[in-house]
Every structure is written in structure tokens, then in C-alpha cells.
Design a protein around this ligand. Structure first.
Ligand SMILES: [Zn+2]
Length: 604
């Protein structure tokens, strides 16, 4: 079968009602010019990825069409991407199609089936190997010469499946690149520097600069790991020495996956490289160490926090990946509904007073605080933060890390920081009387104080302050508002489907007025984008309690949290559960997430 021409591929897209005839003509008219630009871009990218000057690349018809970034006729807010075009072409020509999930690939199969240069040249990735058949992802399943070559080479029939070129290239550069750098490192360590200690001595002598050179295999291996982690949205990288080899595992959407195994001999060098980046003491191996560094991955600056601990087989390293985009989300991206967003904005707009965020660890409080500070930040506002530890370094804030061991606590730091004339003070957490008292004083003396407490709901934050010894008249005087929050997983938009809640589910959520009615909700069926979980990303669920004059009176009379909550509910406050139910009704999250994350309000 001959390769489809550009015009034929465009016709397939027009027939499928993804493009209209005018857009087809547009590609035919401007295609040549566009392809030239694309080629330059892709070559530059490849040079950076492979770390060498000589690269060969040719632009395919499919990626050319994708580069026009047309909006799909059938779904105007979705771009016609390479993946969709590939799927359409495969279907029209009767070929199989596959989306490549790097985590589901067998690392050994990919790197062993075809050598790096061959895979790079022909863009082939082995995805499954059976005794009588090998399935290979490629970009041109009509290339009979290549298919024959593959079959002869492997000595068995080949089942070709079509996959987007960008996915194939990513797998090849990352998998083969990692393998190549591992091999080179192994060889280097075995031949030249049999003693690991010597290598480290060399590191110390040569210093940072020489190790930055791209041809260092260990440097490159670490670079591949970080790149891969970022691509896969991993939150943590674990490098764990075992008896035989070392495991590299990554946590993605809360679940750990094994992504690599590295030779025992290379492990110490990789660990040293990471420690060097984080400015840790390379020679110190018996004591746990912590450090951090920033690096550029693609266009983003990513912060990585490194911790090492000694284990029986060597040092274990855990790297936490901080995507600045996550911590710098805009207030409007956190999951507030318009009413709650307005209430919250009114609280933080005031020049003084205290706003508290409450919830358990991992409920998104830090993200909310950072987003709030970013929202407030301007050259005319002096923002000081007291943190334990500093989650993310940001230049426009004056950030201080607490050191409880030497007596530098939130309480003492607050006294110091007020001499720095801040407008806004963020205190990591109020958990002792000293901090509570100083935070209240700061709020009383003309500062906006943002902080967190550990309580189950918003109203209980008031009693928490009272329990810490703050007088009721002070609490009612400074407190502007409290926000309780949780995070629920978001339904994956790639595979969301309609369904109805069962009567049992409606009963379990105690949804009033719903008896005998059908409640339509959504659920993710599971797809490659969400790794079959049906969820992708998380969103906030909020209980926003503004301190109104009536609530103020209640606080002064030492009313119970229950009374305060009842008053707020009368005013229209949604409980965490009600808020989550509203999110479910809008197709953002599921029944199971609501049950897992929120408790039934005790008041009804
Ligand atoms: Zn999905």
C-alpha cells in the first residue's frame, strides 16, 4: 500500500467532519512554508534532547496538519491534535492504533528489541512480544519494506500498530537515552574508576562546572530521570538500592510505579550527582540529608527537594518534584464557585485582620495560601512568610524558614517579622498559644495575617483559637473569615460518561428533595490519559465562613461551634459535603470521592 498523500489525509479529516474544505485548502496552500518552519523547530528540539549537533528529521504529513492547530469542527474547544489525526488515518486505512503509555511499556523490551540508532531512524517501539508475534508501534504501517525488515530481524511476524510520532519519539529518546547513559556510566566506572570513592573525590576536585558537560553519562542519566518524571507528572522519585540492582520508582497520581532498574555499580554515582545538584555533602553517607535545587525542564523551572537516608544497601534518595504551576495557581483555578470566591476575595482584600484556612494535611491549604499571596502581591505590598519548611521559594515574598531546634519558632519569628513592617504576614500554622497570641497581635496592629489551623470544619477554628488561650473579644475582633477545605479527585475529561445515582447513593448522601428522582452525574470510564483510573487532577471543596456581625456576637458570648455553624448555614454557607455534592452534580467528581473526603454534617 502506498503512503497516503497530504491531500488524501486531509480528505479523511474532512469526511470525518473534523475539518472543513477551506481548512484543507489552507494546508495545501501554506503547507510547504509551514513545514520548513516546523523542521527547524523540531531539529532544534532534537538537538537539545539528544545533546548532539547531528540530527536527522523529516516532517510527516500528520504532524504538519497538527501544527496548524485547527479547532475541531465537532468540538470547537478542542484542538485537532496529532493523536486524533493518527487515529483517523489508521482507521481509514484499516491499521491498528495505539496510544503509548510509557508506564505500561516494558522498559527491557523497548530497549532490547531494537537498538537505539535503528529505533531512532525508523521510529519503531516494540510494545508487546509473544513467541509467535511482535507488536510494534510505528508511524508508517504502510511501509512494507520496513515491516519486512523488522520481521526478518526478529524472526517472526510483526503486527504493526500506528501511534503518534511525538509519542514514539519521546519513548525512544527517553528509554534509549537512559539505557545509553547507564551503559556508558557502567563502562566508565568499570574501566577507569573501579573505586567509587575515587569518583567522588574526582567530583569534588572538578567541581560543578565540569560535571555540567552533557557528555557525562551519569549527568545525562539523571537528566533523563528528571525529564521523565516531569513528563509523567510524577510528584516523587524514589531511587532505592537493593541487593542486585537499584530501583527507580515514581509516584504518579498518588500511586508508585517502578520505571527503571539501574545497575548496582551506577547507583552510587547517580546518587552523588543528585546530592551535588542539591549541594549536599557527597562524602557523608551515614547521616540523612536534605536539600533542594531548581532546574529547567522544557520551558518550566521546576523545584526539586532531595532527601537521602542510609539503608542496608546504600543511600536511598527521594526527590519531591514541585511544579511551580501547581503552587502558583490562580485563585479562580482552585475550585471556588462564584459565590464562595467573592466571599473569600472580600476577606483577603482587607488591609488587616486574620483569615484562617483549615483542614488536614494534604487538603490543599498550602496551595490556597500561595495562590492568595500571589493574588495580593504587588510592588507596593510587603509580604512576609514564616514557613516550616519553605514549600516553594518565591522572590517577591520575604520567606523565613522556621528552625524549632534552635528556638526559632512561629511565635518568636512573628515578633521579629513585625519589625520589618510587613503588610501581609503568612504564618505556616497556628498550633501553640505563643503563635496564636502573636498572630492575633499582628492582625490587631494593622497587618493582614493568613494562617492555617487543624480542625475538621470552619466553625471549629474559632474554638481552636479560644482553646489556645486567645480571649473571645480578640478572636471576634480580628477574625475576618475561615475557610475549611479538602481536595477531591477530578473526573478525567477524556473519558467522562453519564450515569445516574442509585437510590442507595442518594440516601447515603442524604440529598433532600431527591427522593424518587433520577440524579444524573458523571464517571470516568478510564482511558490512557488517566491511566485507567477515571480521574485526572484534583479540585478544592470549600466551606467558607465569613465572620458576620451576628457570628461576631456569638463568638463574644463563647457560643459553641455548633451554634456558629448553624448561624453560618442560615446565612447560606455550604458544608464541605454540600459543596462536594454540588461538584458531583456538575460532573466534576464522584459519589465515592465525596464519601472518602467529606463527613456528613452533624447538624441536621
Ligand atoms: Zn480518562
Amino acid at each position: 500500500m502506498p503512503a497516503p498523500t497530504l491531500a488524501q489525509i486531509l480528505d479523511m479529516l474532512v469526511v470525518d467532519r473534523l475539518l472543513h474544505a477551506g481548512q484543507k485548502q489552507d494546508v495545501l496552500n501554506r503547507g510547504k512554508e509551514q513545514a520548513r518552519h516546523l523542521l527547524l523547530d523540531r531539529r532544534a528540539e532534537l538537538r537539545r534532547l539528544l545533546g548532539r549537533q547531528r540530527v536527522s528529521y523529516s516532517v510527516s504529513e500528520l504532524e504538519l496538519i497538527a501544527s496548524f492547530r485547527f479547532k475541531r469542527l465537532d468540538a470547537p474547544d478542542v484542538l485537532l491534535d496529532e493523536e486524533t489525526i493518527t487515529e483517523v488515518v489508521a482507521r481509514h486505512l484499516g491499521h491498528g492504533f495505539i496510544r503509548i503509555d510509557p508506564l505500561k511499556l516494558d522498559f527491557r523490551l523497548v530497549v532490547d528489541a531494537f537498538g537505539g540508532p535503528f529505533a531512532e531512524k525508523n521510529l519503531v517501539v516494540a510494545v508487546e512480544d509473544k513467541p509467535q508475534l511482535m507488536t510494534v508501534a510505528l508511524t508508517d504501517p504502510w511501509n512494507t519494506v520496513l515491516l519486512q525488515q523488522l520481521a526478518e530481524f526478529k524472526g517472526k511476524p510483526i503486527r504493526p500498530v500506528m501511534a503518534p510520532k511525538s509519542e514514539i519519539m519521546r519513548v525512544i529518546t527517553e528509554f534509549h537515552g537512559f539505557r545509553r547513559s547507564m551503559r556508558a556510566a557502567e563502562a566508565e566506572l568499570a574501566n577507569n574508576l573501579p573505586d567509587i570513592a575515587n569518583l567522588e573525590a574526582l567530583y569534588r576536585v572538578s567541581g560543578m562546572n565540569e560535571l555540567e558537560a552533557n557528555d557525562q553519562p551519569v549527568v545525562q542519566a539523571v537528566w533523563y530521570l528528571l525529564n521523565y518524571a516531569y513528563d509523567q507528572r510524577a510528584s516523587d522519585i524514589h531511587i532505592e538500592p537493593k541487593r542486585e540492582d537499584a530501583l527507580v520508582r515514581m509516584r504518579i497520581d498518588g500511586v508508585l510505579h517502578v520505571v527503571h532498574r539501574m545497575p548496582r555499580t551506577v547507583h552510587p554515582a547517580v546518587v552523588s550527582r543528585i546530592k551535588l545538584l542539591a549541594r549536599l555533602d557527597i562524602a557523608e553517607k551515614r547521616r540523612p540529608q536534605d536539600g533542594r535545587f531548581k532546574t529547567e525542564i522544557g520551558k518550566d523551572e521546576v523545584e526539586l527537594r532531595v532527601s537521602t537516608v542510609p539503608t542496608a544497601f546504600g543511600e536511598k534518595v527521594v526527590i519531591r518534584v514541585f511544579d511551580p504551576a501547581v503552587l502558583k495557581q490562580s485563585l479562580t483555578d482552585l475550585g471556588f464557585f462564584p459565590r464562595e470566591l467573592t466571599l473569600y476575595e472580600n476577606m483577603i482584600r482587607r488591609p488587616n485582620g486574620m483569615v484562617l484556612i483549615t483542614g488536614p494535611t494534604g487538603s490543599g491549604k498550602t496551595t490556597t495560601l500561595y495562590s492568595t499571596l500571589n493574588h495580593i502581591a504587588s510592588p507596593r505590598v510587603n509580604i512576609c512568610t514564616l514557613e516550616d519548611p519553605i514549600e516553594m521559594v518565591q522572590e517577591q515574598f520575604n520567606q523565613m524558614a522556621m528552625q524549632p531546634k534552635i528556638g526559632f519558632t512561629f511565635g518568636t519569628a512573628l515578633k521579629n517579622v513585625l519589625r520589618q513592617d510587613p503588610d501581609v504576614v503568612m504564618v505556616g500554622e497556628i498550633r501553640d498559644p505563643d503563635t496564636a497570641e502573636n498572630a492575633v497581635q499582628a492582625a490587631l496592629t494593622g497587618h493582614l495575617v493568613l494562617s492555617t489551623v487543624h480542625t475538621n470544619d470552619a466553625a471549629s477554628a474559632v474554638s481552636r483559637l479560644l482553646d489556645l488561650g486567645v480571649f473571645p473579644f480578640l478572636v471576634s475582633g480580628v477574625l475576618t473569615g475561615v475557610v475549611a477545605q479538602r481536595l477531591v479527585r477530578k473526573i478525567c475529561v477524556g473519558c467522562a460518561a453519564d450515569e445516574a445515582l442509585t437510590n442507595e447513593q442518594i440516601d447515603a448522601l442524604n440529598i433532600r428533595g431527591a427522593e424518587g428522582r433520577q440524579l444524573r452525574v458523571k464517571r470516568g470510564r478510564g482511558c490512557v490519559r488517566c491511566r485507567g483510573t477515571g480521574y485526572r487532577g484534583r479540585t478544592g471543596v470549600f466551606e467558607v465562613l465569613p465572620i458576620t456581625p451576628r457570628v461576631r456576637t456569638l463568638i463574644q458570648s463563647r457560643a459553641s461551634s455548633q451554634d456558629i455553624k448553624r448561624e453560618a448555614l442560615n446565612d447560606g454557607m455550604l458544608t464541605l459535603r454540600e459543596y462536594a455534592i454540588k461538584k458531583m452534580a456538575r460532573g466534576e467528581t464522584t459519589f465515592e470521592e465525596i464519601l472518602a473526603v467529606t463527613e456528613e454534617a452533624a447538624l441536621y
